[in-house]
Design a protein around this ligand. Structure first.
Ligand SMILES: [Zn+2]
Ligand SMILES: [Zn+2]
Length: 116
């Protein structure tokens, strides 16, 4: 009986410990500017720049399976479509694709600053 209680306790400890690790991994990836935490998008109707995380995107296509393969509908105005792009780390400009300087370095197409 005593041994059974011990085994039960150690299982509980493992489960608790595992849950803690999973929790800390999830919360560590939740920074707004974290590049893997989502995609910067711009709405083609209201022009609002938004960071869409994979979870929000997944939920949208789960709720609207007919929209699969099409750009996501803007959650702000519900009219426009979101264009995927990148955020300029210097001035926060939204751009779809980086430009290129004469020497081949990437440049922000909006503010024309070389990208780090
Ligand atoms: Zn919009
Ligand atoms: Zn820029």
């Amino acid at each position: 009986m005593k041994d059974m209680a011990k085994v039960g306790l150690s299982i509980a400890a493992i489960v608790l410990c595992g849950g803690f690790i999973v929790k800390s991994v999830i919360s560590s990836g939740k920074s707004a500017d974290f590049p893997d935490g989502g995609t910067w998008t711009e709405c083609n109707a209201c022009g609002e720049m938004q960071l869409i995380d994979p979870e929000t995107r997944g939920r949208f296509y789960d709720d609207n399976p007919s929209q699969m393969g099409q750009p996501m509908v803007c959650p702000m105005c519900k009219r426009g479509r979101l264009k995927d792009g990148l955020k300029c780390p210097l001035n926060g400009c939204f751009y779809i694709q980086a430009g290129q300087m004469a020497d081949g370095r990437p440049v922000c197409p909006k503010c024309k600053k070389p990208l780090p």
